[in-house]
Design a protein around this ligand. Structure first.
Ligand SMILES: CC(C)(COP(=O)(O)OP(=O)(O)OC[C@H]1O[C@@H](n2cnc3c(N)ncnc32)[C@H](O)[C@@H]1OP(=O)(O)O)[C@@H](O)C(=O)NCCC(=O)NCCS
Length: 250
C-alpha cells in the first residue's frame, strides 16, 4: 500500500514504489537548494557511492547527484523488494546508470535528470526510458547552441517562431531531444542532429525524423508539467506508454 495525496499540479504525492507493467512513472523531488546533500537521501546510497558523491566539488551538483541517486535507489529498491543501498547499479557503455543483470530485473529501466534543484527519475518496465529537465541559464546563447546541435530543419522552425516564445521553444526542443538520447544511452555525444523532434511549445511532442539506425523507434515523447521556466520531457522507446507523475515523499 502506498501513501498518496492528490495534487492540483498533476504530481500526486507518493512514497516510492515500483512501476505497473504498462506505466512510465516520472518521480519528482524538489531540493531545498541548500549546499548540504539531504541526509535522508545520502543514507540510501552504498558507502562507495556516498564517498564519491561527497567528494564532488560543486555543492549544487553534489546535492542534485545525491538527490537523483537516492531517489532512484528508493524507487528501484521498492520495485525489487530490496533495501535501496543494495540495488546493484552499473554504468552502461556511455555512463548511463542501469540496474545490473544480477538483480534479476532485466526489464526495469530508469533515467535520472536534475537541474536548478529539481530532480527527476523516470522508471518503467515498458522499454528503455530517458528523462531530462533544464532551466534557463542566464546569458546562454541558445541560438548558437541550436545552430551547433540541431538539424537545419529544426533550426529553420525555431527561427520562424516569434522572439518572445523562441527561447522557451528551444528549451522544450532540447529536453525532448536529450530525453531520447538518454533513453538510447549515448547522451548528447550520440548526436542531437541524428534525429528530429516536433518544434514549438504548442507542437505535440514527437520524434518526427530519424537519420541514424541505432535510434530507430517507435518513440513516445511527453513534455512534463514542471512549472515555467523549467522545461522537461520523458522519452520511451515504445509505441505508447501510460504516464504517471509522482512527487516523492521520503
Ligand atoms: C551525459 C548527459 C546525459 C548529461 O546531461 P546533463 O544535462 O548534464 O545532466 P542531466 O541532469 O540531464 O542528467 C544527468 C544524469 O544522466 C545520467 N546519465 C549519465 N550518462 C548518461 C547517458 N549516457 N545516458 C543516459 N543517462 C546518463 C546520470 O544519472 C546523470 O546523473 P548522475 O551522474 O548525477 O547520476 C549528456 O547528455 C550531456 O552531457 N549533456 C550536456 C548538457 C548540456 O550541455 N546542456 C545544455 C542545455 S542548454
Amino acid at each position: 500500500m502506498t501513501r498518496r495525496s492528490r495534487a492540483t499540479d498533476g504530481w500526486d504525492v507518493h512514497r516510492p514504489h515500483g512501476p505497473d507493467p504498462e506505466t512510465v512513472d516520472v518521480w519528482r523531488l524538489d531540493l531545498s537548494g541548500d549546499d548540504a546533500p539531504p541526509p535522508a537521501l545520502l543514507a540510501l546510497l552504498p558507502q562507495a557511492e556516498r564517498d564519491a558523491a561527497l567528494a564532488m566539488a560543486h555543492p549544487a551538483r553534489r546535492c542534485e547527484h545525491v538527490g537523483g541517486r537516492g531517489l532512484a535507489r528508493a524507487i528501484l529498491g521498492a520495485a525489487l523488494g530490496a533495501p535501496p543501498s543494495s540495488v546493484p547499479l552499473v554504468a552502461g557503455a556511455h555512463g548511463k546508470p542501469e540496474v545490473a543483470l544480477s538483480a534479476g530485473a532485466t526489464d526495469l529501466a530508469f533515467s535520472i535528470a536534475h537541474a536548478a534543484a529539481t530532480v527527476l527519475v523516470a522508471v518503467t518496465r515498458v522499454a528503455p526510458v530517458g528523462v531530462d529537465v533544464e532551466s534557463p541559464r542566464p546569458g546562454l546563447d541558445w541560438r548558437r547552441i541550436a545552430r551547433r546541435y540541431f538539424t537545419a530543419a529544426e533550426q529553420a522552425l525555431l527561427d520562424a517562431l516569434p522572439e518572445h516564445v523562441a527561447a522557451d521553444a528551444f528549451l522544450a526542443t532540447w529536453t525532448r531531444k536529450e530525453a531520447v538520447l538518454k533513453a538510447h544511452g549515448g547522451g548528447i555525444a550520440a548526436g542531437l542532429d541524428t534525429f528530429e523532434v516536433a518544434i514549438g511549445s504548442r507542437a505535440e511532442p514527437a520524434v518526427t525524423a530519424i537519420h541514424r539506425a541505432t535510434l530507430d523507434g517507435p518513440w513516445t515523447l511527453h513534455d512534463l508539467p514542471l512549472g515555467r521556466p523549467r522545461r522537461g520531457a520523458v522519452a520511451v522507446r515504445a509505441p505508447s506508454a501510460r504516464l504517471r507523475l509522482r512527487r516523492a515523499s521520503l
